[in-house]
Design a protein around this ligand. Sequence first.
Ligand SMILES: *[C@@H]1O[C@H](CO)[C@@H](O)[C@H](O)[C@H]1NC(C)=O
Ligand SMILES: *[C@@H]1O[C@H](CO)[C@@H](O)[C@H](O)[C@H]1NC(C)=O
Ligand SMILES: *[C@@H]1O[C@H](CO)[C@@H](O)[C@H](O)[C@H]1NC(C)=O
Ligand SMILES: *[C@@H]1O[C@H](CO)[C@@H](O)[C@H](O)[C@H]1NC(C)=O
Length: 431
Amino acid sequence: MSLGVVLVLALLLLIFPVYGYDPLDPTGNITIKWDVIQSDPDHKIRVSIFNYQLFRHVEQPGWKLRWSWHGKEVIWDMRGAETTEQGDCSAVRGSPHCCEKEPVIVDLLPGVPYNMQTANCCKGGVLTSMTQDPGKYGASFEMGIGSASDDGSGPRIPENFTLGIPGYTCGQPFPVPPSKFSVDKGRRKTQAVATWDVICTYSQYRASSSPTCCVSLSAFYSKTIVPCSICSCGCQGQLAANQCVKRGEVPPVLQLDNNEPPKPVLECTQHMCPIQVHWHVKQSYTQYWRVKMTIRNFNYVRNYSQWNLVVLHPNLRSVTQVFSFNYKPLDQYGDINDTGMFYGIQYYNDMLLQAGESGVVQSELLLHKDAGIFSFKEGWMFPRRISFNGHECVVPPSDEYPMLPNTSQFLAPSILTIIVFSLLLILAIFL
Ligand SMILES: *[C@@H]1O[C@H](CO)[C@@H](O)[C@H](O)[C@H]1NC(C)=O
Ligand SMILES: *[C@@H]1O[C@H](CO)[C@@H](O)[C@H](O)[C@H]1NC(C)=O
Ligand SMILES: *[C@@H]1O[C@H](CO)[C@@H](O)[C@H](O)[C@H]1NC(C)=O
Ligand SMILES: *[C@@H]1O[C@H](CO)[C@@H](O)[C@H](O)[C@H]1NC(C)=O
């Protein structure tokens, strides 16, 4: 890849960190698939939601799918999910599952009775990213639909889909080649009558106006610990929403509602971020250097399951060992191997517990010192970008980075001295 392309990409990273397009996951999307399994005499539909994103996942309370029917369609029955309201079915004979013009569908919780399930259902609306758990990034439900009008036209695919997760917008459905389903252990394939896709994309800009994560830095060669910048995510006491709990005080007891994410109750800090990532340059060996990463949760009412951290650093192309996190490189641009994803090890640290519990996970990272790029200077050892669960973290300004104990200042006079000496020498010779 040419230097020009690299520069353009670097520029893109600088200019577009918060808008719709994410250069770290350019094709990332959530795809809703609408498969017409049977259209005569009954309409049987399978709806699937696939999270085709490298690192963003759908957390609790999960997706809440919504669409608008064109006419008087009704949902007769549903398996693997349910609508939140039945709606007014007084004009319909029988007992449909839902008669709303804009039904809202939620996933069922794990462990519901077998007769309410379908294949790949019932995850409480939670979807992992493609990278983290390839088995859990999709969900499906089935329904029988019909049209309440008597004009004989069958039900049509609805429009205006939304996922009910902040930051996502969905396009309109468009037809794609029919899906194929493998049956009899893959020996036979069946086919949908027709298939439509709806593509939903994420934008941090639309998701929330203020950041939720910040980065602090330190290094073995410096006494300075660079804290998260003041007011990175909010300022203490400025808004009623920014009330916080002083360390050691007991947080208020909260009523947890399964349908709404609880409002954050933060420990008081200067940065007021729920998440702080600390990057400590721990040691330097002849061939390698070592970093310690610590993620701390300051929210008293939130556990982060399946958390992940995406880091951009030029030395990630030479990761030698990651001690207590999983690591996967995210090579979006072929040979620029500078971005990677860290996430917890199952049953060990894949859950970042709430503040007050042990709300900390940490790991060390061993990197090879590549000749030509490794440097102690100008904060090279610190990450260029970090995001937590796909949310960009606020990094301190680079002029605050821990500096080497003044080697450069020793160097400058010594070069000057050499030049002055040489000049004097030359003068001495010529005179
Ligand atoms: C959505 O993601 C899939 C899987 O990565 C990809 O094939 C497709 O091109 C993406 N669609 C868009 C519109 O980005
Ligand atoms: C979808 O939304 C558009 C714009 O709000 C609206 O004009 C249209 O009627 C909606 N479609 C349906 C089927 O309700
Ligand atoms: C977080 O997890 C701990 C331990 O499993 C549990 O006691 C606590 O209730 C959980 N908190 C929330 C907000 O779910
Ligand atoms: C990128 O890094 C990964 C692991 O660190 C390595 O397996 C892969 O070969 C690297 N790719 C390139 C092009 O250097």
